[in-house]
Design a protein around this ligand. Structure first.
Ligand code: AMP
Ligand code: ZN
Length: 114
């Protein structure tokens, strides 16, 4: 989608600190980190939110999560632990409407989330 911020990061027309990429997903550090590790994993293809995924996207969803695990290892937080967050829609707190998995780590995470 031409006016989507994260599609522009995938296309490299907006800079980002890339952490990982493969044929299905791209991962880059969040510009406003909420923890010492805060990386976003996104599908290369434009998907507005996780609510838009279909049965045919099961492989993509699996890769998104497995890439999140890889980010945990690459960032050195796999042993201390980390949190996956996928904000969805207005009440979910989503602000960028291209599906993204937040990988947060490097500090203790509170529960319940705000
Ligand atoms: P959400 O509120 O779940 O939609 O998360 C959107 C995230 O994208 C926020 O954590 C922002 O800090 C992050 N973000 C926005 N613009 C950029 C950018 N240009 N590069 C990296 N992260 C960004
Ligand atoms: Zn997009």
């Amino acid at each position: 989608m031409s006016d989507c911020l994260f599609c522009k990061i995938v296309a490299r027309t907006i800079p980002a600190t890339l952490v990982y990429e493969d044929d299905l997903v791209v991962a880059f550090d969040d510009i406003n980190p909420q923890a010492p590790t805060h990386t976003l994993v996104i599908p290369r293809k434009h998907v507005t939110s996780i609510a838009e995924l279909e049965d045919s996207d099961v492989g993509l969803l699996g890769r998104l999560m497995l890439a999140g695990n890889l980010i945990g290892k690459l960032k050195g937080v796999a042993d201390s632990g980390y949190r996956f967050v996928i904000n969805t829609g207005k009440d979910g707190g989503q602000s960028v409407f291209h599906l993204h998995l937040h990988v947060l780590g490097g500090r203790h995470m509170a529960w319940p989330p705000g």
